[in-house]
Design a protein around this ligand. Structure first.
Ligand code: NHV
Length: 660
């Protein structure tokens, strides 16, 4: 691809054109999408059947075992090469990827959740430049680890005989889940960019909120400025913060030393317009713009949308046990929300429109919170931008779920890199309310019988690993990189749904109405301090079933329907609970319909109970909000965006005022 002419300013080009891909060893090249995945590219070329249809999941499993090559050619002009610096940025490579540029090995990537900014000025050539990335199979790569460990980790959502998901820093759900297709992808899943820079670059702009009240917002504008010339240079640094007609400016003259310069520019904003959660007022966003000028000419700028607010998670011993609630702008907030899983099994298929629609659906259901659950991904920037704009607090898990993990030095290094990278990427978002170490690992270790499955030596390693990862490494990294943001080691913090005494402590996942086979009325009395998961399944509506099945499959236990029901006793549990309330219909379509109504009624029952017990109970997050492919699940919105009856019931039950 050709790249437009150079200028004295820094310029960034998205490298999304001219890409080709090939199965390693085949030397057959076909056009490719970037960002994308091998699965999407094979689908585009008719080399894979639609994995979401029928039982095609089985037919596409070979893809994960192969290595794949991606390449493109781009041109660079002599002028561009005269820039002071040039960087190639990969915002996400999935996962084991060797990156070559013009014969030079630039990078060996090994973590899907980390972006890379690589200095390439010395490698670029005038004219054509050849970029190639070799993706190694995530399962072949980790097979030696599995072989030498000699046991399966407890990761039983990993739909494979040899559970290798734990070794790779890659979205856990892509190896299968109890609502998830297994599509262990490879590819350039986030954008690639080429930047030419003159003078200086703003590497980071963190608007750290130190104190925010109705009277004043005290913020520290923390800048990292990279002087890319080899001599010290005087520069003017300016921060403008504006809302509507109001604008204030801070300026500073500094001498930038070659390389990285850190700068702190504190500001007090009197009587700030506060960012408010949905239902409380407007989610006001200020525009903070930082610029760097050298010799009177602007060389770098960066803009951030900043919502000024305070968020505190109050987790304190009290007369009843241990509280758990969010205090926003000084007032306790009853959290109304849901649990979010990745929006697509093929992640680059998520568009800006789909993120926008998702948040419309969240806001329309009177929610003020969404939990990004730990079996998925650290979400796209657009996800948090929508959350900021819609007044939705984000409970963010680190990406670990439902199994113990290794904690060897290589693994810990990868985790550190991803934690730092994602905290620095996300810490400006007003919506980011907390970090949580993982989903249900502590619970699993104590109550899911894991201890008995392993030798004492291995079990000791696993329990030590938990402390190292979730009680040492991650909290230290949060304190250093996102100071002031709440961290807790895992969710649930302590409670277990089978042990009533424990419900008095912080957040709970109550699976009594599903695995426990209890009626929905049990939610009236099993009241936690904060319900961060509880759920009940329903099939998606017939319109969605028709997208993946034909009329001959319309039977509860047909092979195709079972391929889209990943919870082993799911159909039994649906019918068992249905029999408590309704006459269970014989006809497939009627059963689907009744099941949707049942799920909606049941979940509404739970929300109402939680709200009734406020302030003892301060939050209700049903499992789960959405689907990543067309499937039977606990979701309230199906893969195609159709609201199940449950989402309508949630909207009613979360209305600002509820008559009970
Ligand atoms: O099974 C539904 C969901 C999961 O998709 C997801 O991982 O965190 N679910 C169930 C539970 N947690 C979650 C509770 N898990 C158990 C309950 C009882 C016995 C074993 C596991 C979510």
């Amino acid at each position: 691809m050709a790249i437009a002419g150079a200028s004295a300013q820094s310029q960034t080009y998205v490298l999304d054109k001219g890409w080709e891909f090939s199965q390693a060893g085949s030397n057959e090249w076909m056009s490719a999408r970037v960002p994308g995945t091998v699965h999407q590219d094979l689908l585009d070329h008719g080399r894979l059947p639609d994995p979401f249809y029928g039982m095609n999941e089985l037919k596409v499993q070979w893809v994960e075992k192969e290595d794949w090559l991606y390449r493109t050619v781009f041109t660079v002009t002599a002028d561009q090469l005269k820039s002071d610096a040039a960087w190639l940025t990969f915002e996400g490579l999935d996962t084991y990827a060797d990156v070559y540029l013009n014969g030079s090995l630039l990078l060996k990537a090994d973590n899907m959740f980390v972006g890379h900014k690589l200095a390439v000025k010395d490698v670029l050539r005038e004219g054509e430049n050849r970029l190639m990335i070799r993706f190694r199979s995530p399962v072949e790569e980790t097979a030696p680890q599995w072989d030498t460990d000699g046991f399966n980790y407890p990761a039983d959502n990993d739909h494979s005989e040899k559970r290798m998901s734990v070794y790779t820093r890659k979205a856990p759900y892509s190896y299968g889940w109890d609502w998830g297709i297994r599509l262990a992808t490879s590819g350039i899943w986030r954008p690639v960019k080429l930047t030419f820079c003159n003078g200086a670059a703003i590497d980071d702009f963190f608007v750290r909120q130190q104190e925010v009240t109705e009277q004043v917002a005290k913020v520290d504008n923390q800048l990292e400025i990279n002087n890319v010339i080899s001599t010290p240079k005087e520069a003017q640094v300016k921060v403008v913060y504006a809302y509507g007609e109001q604008a204030d400016t801070l300026t500073r003259t500094v001498v930038l030393q070659p390389g990285k310069n850190s700068l702190s520019m504190p500001a007090w904003i009197e009587k700030p317009h506060l960012w408010m959660p949905n239902g409380w007022g407007d989610p006001v966003l200020y525009t903070f713009t930082a610029t760097v000028s050298v010799d009177g000419k602007e060389v770098a700028s960066r803009e951030e949308a900043i919502g000024l607010r305070s968020i505190r998670v109050v987790m304190e011993d009290d007369k009843d046990g241990k509280s758990f609630y969010f205090e926003v702008n000084g007032k306790p907030m009853f959290a109304k929300g849901s649990n979010y899983i990745p929006g697509d099994a093929l992640l680059p298929n998520m568009t800006g429109e789909r993120y926008a629609r998702l948040f419309e659906d969240i806001r329309a259901a009177n929610m003020n919170m969404v939990r990004v659950w730990g079996g998925g991904i650290y979400e796209d920037d657009r996800f948090y931008e929508e959350a900021d704009r819609n007044g939705i607090l984000v409970w963010q898990d680190f990406i670990f779920a439902c199994t113990t993990y290794p904690h060897d030095p290589t693994f810990l290094k990868r985790v550190s890199e991803e934690a730092v990278y994602n905290m620095r990427r996300l810490r400006n978002h007003a919506s980011l309310a907390m970090w949580c170490g993982n989903n249900e690992i502590y619970e699993g270790m104590r109550y899911w019988g894991w201890k008995d499955k392993y030798s004492p030596v291995v079990w000791k390693e696993m329990t030590e690993g938990y402390d190292v990862l979730f009680r040492q490494l991650l909290p230290e990294l949060v304190a250093a990189n996102d100071p002031g943001r709440f961290y807790m080691h895992g969710s649930p913090y302590e409670a277990n749904w089978g042990r009533p005494e424990s419900w008095k402590i912080a957040d709970s996942h109550n699976w009594g109405t599903w695995y426990g086979q209890k009626p929905f009325e049990s939610l009236d009395t099993e009241i936690p301090r904060f319900m961060s998961e509880y759920g009940f399944q329903a099939f998606p509506e017939m319109k969605t079933i028709r997208m993946f099945a034909s009329p001959e499959d319309y039977e509860l236990e047909s092979p195709v329907m079972n391929a889209h029901q990943k919870a082993s006793i799911g159909n039994f549990l649906i019918k068992k609970t249905m029999a408590l309330y309704y006459k269970v219909p014989e006809k497939f379509e009627d059963l689907i319909y009744a099941g949707l109504i049942l799920q909606g009624q049941g979940m509404r029952h739970g929300i109402e109970a939680h709200r009734r017990h406020r302030p003892y109970c301060m939050g209700s997050l049903p499992w789960q909000l959405n689907d990543s492919w067309p499937v039977v699940s606990w979701s309230s919105i199906d893969y195609y965006g159709n609201w199940k009856a449950m989402h309508y019931q949630i909207r009613r039950a979360f209305a600002p005022v509820l008559v009970d």
